[in-house]
Design a protein around this ligand. Structure first.
Ligand code: NAP
Length: 222
């Protein structure tokens, strides 16, 4: 039986499909959730909060970060550093921070390229921007509709995570298990974000080739 993540105040920074999916996932597992936005009063967010997002609180990025114990960064990759500044770096100190983002550059059209690559990654930039936080890269290699209770006709894909803090990765592994993931592989330090963000590009390219977005990757061991 997987360890269950104890009831936690979770702040999800980001109101796109990823932020909403994760916020609803945490809420569905009994956590207290605040979703953060530049504009927490915007009408499409209010509509979502009164329907699928019922029971979730909303606030500014700063309010969500300050009031919560575990944080999720789920914003546009290119806006991540601005969102961290807006949220207030001090509010991340000592906390587990899940980085679900990818640094996608669509300036050349589809498929996107990584806007950060080589000897760096968005995950590492986030960790450098927040040296006192425990960043764990997770969820970035799969479409958001599979984040919670992933169900595929061919079996379950593998979730890959990376981060520098072993306890933080245990916490994220517990919550992934709560979310229904059974095959979770920790690939090492946060520099593993280089590979995990590149896997997103492969995932998007395969989606373009198949013209379908219902795929995931599984590690097979012979
Ligand atoms: N789509 C997927 O299935 C999927 C799967 C895995 C990972 N990801 C990654 O997850 C992240 C979120 O993706 P998404 O599809 O949910 O939405 P998105 O459009 O990439 O991001 C939406 C969020 O980014 C914020 N944002 C956008 N521009 C901003 C700016 N200039 N300054 C501050 N905040 C800004 C928005 O803030 P407001 O709330 O104020 O509008 C909103 O909360 C991305 O990094 C994406 O690559 C996506």
């Amino acid at each position: 039986m997987a360890n269950r993540l104890a009831e936690t105040r979770v702040g999800v920074l980001g109101t796109g499909v990823v932020g909403r999916r994760l916020a609803a996932g945490f809420r569905g597992r009994g956590h207290e959730v605040t979703i953060g936005s530049r504009d927490p009063e915007k009408s499409e967010l209010r509509e979502w909060l009164s329907a699928e997002g019922a029971g979730i609180q909303s606030g500014t990025f700063a309010e969500a970060a300050a009031g919560c114990e575990l944080l999720v960064l789920a914003v546009l990759g290119g806006a991540a550093e601005q969102v961290i500044t807006d949220a207030g770096r001090e509010s991340f100190a000592g906390k587990v921070v899940i980085d679900a983002m990818n640094p996608l550059d669509f300036s050349g059209g589809f498929p996107p390229k990584l806007s950060i690559s080589g000897e760096d990654s968005l995950g590492e930039r986030v960790q450098r921007a927040l040296p006192d936080a425990k960043i764990v890269k997770a969820f970035n290699i799969i479409g958001n509709s599979y984040f919670v209770d992933p169900s595929f006709s061919d079996g379950q894909p593998t979730m890959l995570i990376a981060g520098n803090d072993a306890d933080a990765k245990r916490t994220v592994t517990d919550l992934l298990a709560d979310f229904g993931w059974s095959d979770i592989i920790d690939i090492g330090g946060i520099e593993g974000s280089r590979e995990l963000e590149a896997i997103c590009i492969a995932w998007v390219k395969i989606g373009g080739v198949r013209d379908a977005w219902d795929h995931g990757f599984r590690l097979l061991v012979g």
